[in-house]
Design a protein around this ligand. Structure first.
Ligand SMILES: [Fe+2]
Length: 290
């Protein structure tokens, strides 16, 4: 059962992404952060400062690995060398699960370094789930798939994005990393109801939730991770917590990174919903802050 698989994850509390500008502050001040998420690929190296810092952080904190290079939707299968290197880091960090994105990103050895959207068809769902089963068996650790933000759709889609995410994760028997900011970004870009998305997700598979800010332009929203979380995204978060229960929550802030304290205070806002105060604290307003 997926629910039993992610029991520990649901109790992790509030985390933020471990980022280079905050290294010194964290090591010096040892702030009371519940956990840190690391980008796996940044630490899949032979040695040097990144691994030395990671080891020092792990002396004090729980670390959870989040990848950007698995590309489970690739049509020509998985990069097993990548998975071997990933497995080595998993053994080092003792991460309770690992996450990556439900996307594709490379073909015939050429890597885009982008999280590219998949066509939402039953055939693609089946092939992607096959890859995920292979990856989860090989890595010997629970996987969670994150919904990506997207800027293009396929005319051959046979289902909605939320149906596709649920279909793949059920077929592969993996968890979900629900990014409520990505849901909001894609809902504006493609014109769907983001609450319908949150309401459909199989809640017992949600291992972790991402919150983040973004940048709004005239026609599209770009998922820049460089602003505070806006109220419509907090509303999706509140609903996700209502459905999933208290779930490990991570604030992503990856560009124009402010002080550690500012990022941490923004992340901690999520606690009011996890502590069951959603009625008194229900946010209002629109996305004017974006
Ligand atoms: Fe995310």
């Amino acid at each position: 059962m997926a629910e039993a698989r992610f029991t520990n994850g649901k109790n992790l509390g509030t985390g933020i992404g471990l980022r280079v500008p905050h290294y010194d502050h964290i090591l010096r001040e040892k702030p009371a952060v519940d956990w840190f998420e690391i980008i796996s690929e940044n630490y899949m190296v032979a040695g040097g400062r990144p691994l030395a810092v990671l080891d020092a952080i792990m002396d004090q904190y729980q670390v959870v690995m989040h990848g950007v290079g698995m590309y489970p939707g690739n049509g020509n299968g998985l990069d097993m060398d990548h998975l071997r290197r990933l497995k080595k880091l998993i053994k080092r960090t003792n991460t309770p699960w690992i996450s990556d994105h439900l996307c594709w990103g490379s073909v015939d050895g050429s890597v885009s370094h982008d999280l590219l959207p998949l066509p939402f068809t039953f055939e693609v769902a089946r092939k992607t789930a096959e890859n995920l089963r292979i990856a989860q068996d090989f890595l010997e650790i629970p996987l969670a798939m994150e919904n990506v933000s997207s800027y293009a759709e396929f005319t051959i889609d046979q289902m909605t994005e939320w149906q596709f995410l649920a279909e793949v994760c059920e077929l592969a028997d993996v968890g979900i990393l629900l990014d409520v900011n990505n849901i909001y970004v894609s809902s504006v870009n493609h014109g769907f109801d983001p609450m319908a998305y949150v309401n459909f997700i199989p809640s017992d598979r949600v291992a972790q939730i991402h919150i983040a800010g973004h940048s709004r332009y005239e026609r599209f929203i770009i998922d820049t991770h460089d602003h505070p979380v806006i109220d419509p995204v907090w509303k999706l978060y509140a609903r996700a917590i209502e459905r999933c229960g208290p779930t490990a929550t991570l604030l992503e802030w990856d560009a124009s990174i402010p002080s550690f304290e500012e990022v941490w205070q923004e992340a901690k806002k999520s606690e009011q919903w996890r502590q069951g105060n959603q009625l008194e604290n229900q946010p209002g307003g629109d996305d004017a802050a974006a």
